[in-house]
Design a protein around this ligand. Structure first.
Ligand SMILES: [Mg+2]
Length: 178
């Protein structure tokens, strides 16, 4: 459905840990721009050793990283206690300006970066508006969270169309075995 195309990600992964970053590098990717909340950790949570380790792994693989969040600096500083990374807070996603600033900060071309986030209407829409490939990851939800918001249902619907669209063929570029 054309109406939804601006929300279509270039790839989908179960989690940030399911992405084959080596493959991304081989495809020319040099920088990864992450959303934090519900992408790397549950909303508001501190980082975990697993996430800290992921950043070490990415840097060792030759990838630069940047956190792009609509949240404030206090939240970012609390999150990056054990992570060395660039960040931009109060980004006002899906506005493209934060994404463009991110690319400049990282010193890469748009085509050399990917955006990884859990929301089509902010992370992915902004990536598309900025001409950067977006990868949607399943949002992190605690077991006791039974209800999901209306927006999440709409996202599910859009992803249903996405799965049947030609865009799906890009998916294999980004997904590793999880
Ligand atoms: Mg998020």
């Amino acid at each position: 459905m054309r109406l939804f195309e601006k929300y279509y990600p270039r790839g989908y992964a179960k989690s940030v840990f399911a992405i084959d970053y080596t493959k991304l590098y081989e495809k020319g990717c040099r920088a990864v721009i992450f959303d934090i909340d519900n992408t790397l950790v549950h909303h508001g949570d501190n980082s975990t050793p697993e996430v800290d380790q992921l950043f070490v792994k990415l840097h060792a693989a030759g990838l630069k990283t940047l956190l792009l969040t609509n949240n404030d600096e206090e939240r970012v500083l609390r999150f990056i206690k054990n992570i060395e990374t660039e960040y931009i807070c109060d980004a006002e996603k899906p506005d493209p300006s934060g994404y463009i600033k991110a690319i400049e900060k990282l010193g890469v071309k748009r085509s050399q970066a990917v955006v990884i986030g859990d929301q089509l209407f902010t992370d992915i829409l902004g990536a598309n508006r900025s001409g950067i490939a977006g990868i949607l990851v399943r949002f992190i939800k605690l077991p006791e969270e039974k209800r999901i918001g209306k927006r999440r249902y709409l996202e599910k619907l859009i992803m249903l169309f996405w799965r049947h669209s030609k865009h799906k063929k890009f998916n294999d570029i980004y997904l590793g075995e999880s």
